[in-house]
Design a protein around this ligand. Structure first.
Ligand SMILES: Cc1cc2nc3c(=O)[nH]c(=O)nc-3n(C[C@H](O)[C@H](O)[C@H](O)COP(=O)(O)O)c2cc1C
Length: 198
């Protein structure tokens, strides 16, 4: 049975992007290991931002939605469908201004859907996605992953857990402006060490 991979790239750069290069290597390891089906979502192609009509449509019961409201949710439905179908989600995460790129935040806003990817119980929020692994390729110039000024990786771990993805692996090429050779070597070692069954 083939493994479904959803690859998401958030770097605005098509050329010279470290996070895209790491994503290439990660997906390449899966392809070399067996039967995989890869779906790509390039966030350099902009996604719509949430607006009042979108929120109104999302909070209207599915059976009661108008044609316009269904159209308003169509992109979100497509993104949720890609995510739901995936066994592995590979996400390129360049750190922009100490956080995630706006394009990636737009994707998150479109896939975090009450009643679809999360719900609330008496004990608090419950993620509705199950059995998925996320692998996140992080690239930064000077921000150290895990430091007090890294508002990207902890946020990603939290928001993925919120929708039910708790198995999250980071492959980090951080501080590229400070120690490019060291951090790229460590990131390549991390790609080689990923638990990918042959
Ligand atoms: C708009 C913008 C904002 C950035 N902000 C930060 C930052 O806050 N911290 C940091 O360490 N690097 C920052 N960088 C550097 C990028 O994280 C770094 O160039 C990284 O390699 C980008 O990922 P990419 O190679 O996949 O494009 C920024 C780069 C850009 C273009």
């Amino acid at each position: 049975m083939s493994l479904n991979i959803l690859r998401i790239d958030a770097s605005a750069r098509a050329e010279g992007s470290v996070s895209r290069d790491l994503n290439d290597k990660i997906v390449g390891r899966y392809i070399a290991a067996g039967d995989v089906n890869v779906v790509r979502r390039d966030l350099a192609q902009s996604l719509p931002l949430l607006d009042a009509a979108w929120i109104g449509a999302n909070f209207t019961a599915e059976a009661d939605r108008t044609v316009e409201q269904r159209e308003k949710l169509a992109v979100s439905d497509a993104l949720v469908g890609e995510l739901t179908a995936a066994d592995i989600v590979v996400i390129g995460l360049p750190i922009y201004n100490f956080g995630v790129p706006a394009a990636l935040k737009a994707w998150i806003d479109l896939v975090a859907r009450a009643g679809v990817t999360f719900t609330y119980s008496a004990d608090g929020p419950v993620g509705l996605l199950e059995g998925k692994r996320a692998i996140i390729s992080v690239a930064s110039g000077g921000t150290e992953v895990g430091s007090d000024i890294d508002f990207a990786t902890g946020y990603m771990r939290h928001v993925l857990k919120f929708i039910g993805i708790t198995d999250v692996i980071f492959v980090s090429a951080d501080r590229l402006a400070i120690d490019p050779e060291g951090t790229l070597a460590a990131a390549n070692d991390a790609v080689a060490a990923l638990p990918i069954a042959a």
